[in-house]
Design a protein around this ligand. Sequence first.
Ligand SMILES: Nc1ncnc2c1ncn2[C@@H]1O[C@H](COP(=O)(O)OP(=O)(O)OP(=O)(O)O)[C@@H](O)[C@H]1O
Length: 272
Amino acid sequence: MDDQGGSTAYRIDGAADRIDSSDADRIGGGVDVVLTGVTATFDSRAEPVLDRIDLRVAEGEAVALLGSSGAGKSTLLRVLLGAVRPVAGQVRVGGLDPFGTPTEVRRLRQAAGFIRQRDDLVPGLTARTNLLIGQAARWRLPDWLAVLRGAVPARYAARVDTLVHRHGIAHLLGRRIEHLSGGQRQRVALVRALLGQPRLLLADETTSGLDPVRAEAAIEDLRNAGEATLLVATHDVALAGRFPRVVALRDGRIVHDGPPPDAATMELIYAA
Ligand SMILES: Nc1ncnc2c1ncn2[C@@H]1O[C@H](COP(=O)(O)OP(=O)(O)OP(=O)(O)O)[C@@H](O)[C@H]1O
């Protein structure tokens, strides 16, 4: 690991190595996110998908990434997760490099929660098992036995109970994931991410399939997800307006960074 992340950056060091019961209950602080001159391309495209992005998000800050379809929002989130490697620039999350050593990468993955546009819930398993499986790296034998019995391990019980009632999925826990509607699946994916008490929470169009009441609860929970640093990608202006800071992308470039944009700026972001 290099020193570029800076001594003030929150370090994830150690947290990922503690596989004990207190780990599941810890409240994680946020991590800072720093992108410097980040450019990403895909082979099939002449134009960069991200074009010299400079972005600094403080620990615990909540940011909406706003932009029309194809602006580069998902790619930016995937860069933070180490899933898309930039061709230029530097990425640091909590001082760690998502493309660094295997240890750095593992720590980052364990510190991050990602709610994808198309969820990656596992077919054939119940909603309950899908909720819990994100924590599998931390399980001990009693946890495995509980999950295999179709139960919630004791140390997760209270938190699961609170979250599933809050998001209206308590009655769905025993159902196979492929039998749920799109909106129900989105709620399962949301609860699964919140259960991990992530230090960096990335959400990609998370509320698009939800009714207004559910969407409200989802946003509120995302905003209150411990002290996590939060980045929510959306093309929904009203949703973005609920965040103190909006970073708008257009054709892979940042065209606005500040409070929710006014009408004139919106035209710039969305103009054909
Ligand atoms: N794996 C890939 N290979 C080639 N091109 C890709 C790939 N992933 C994304 N792109 C292209 O990169 C551009 C940005 O895509 P991205 O998914 O980041 O946009 P977005 O702002 O998240 O859009 P949406 O709101 O539709 O999800 C698009 O033109 C897309 O077609």
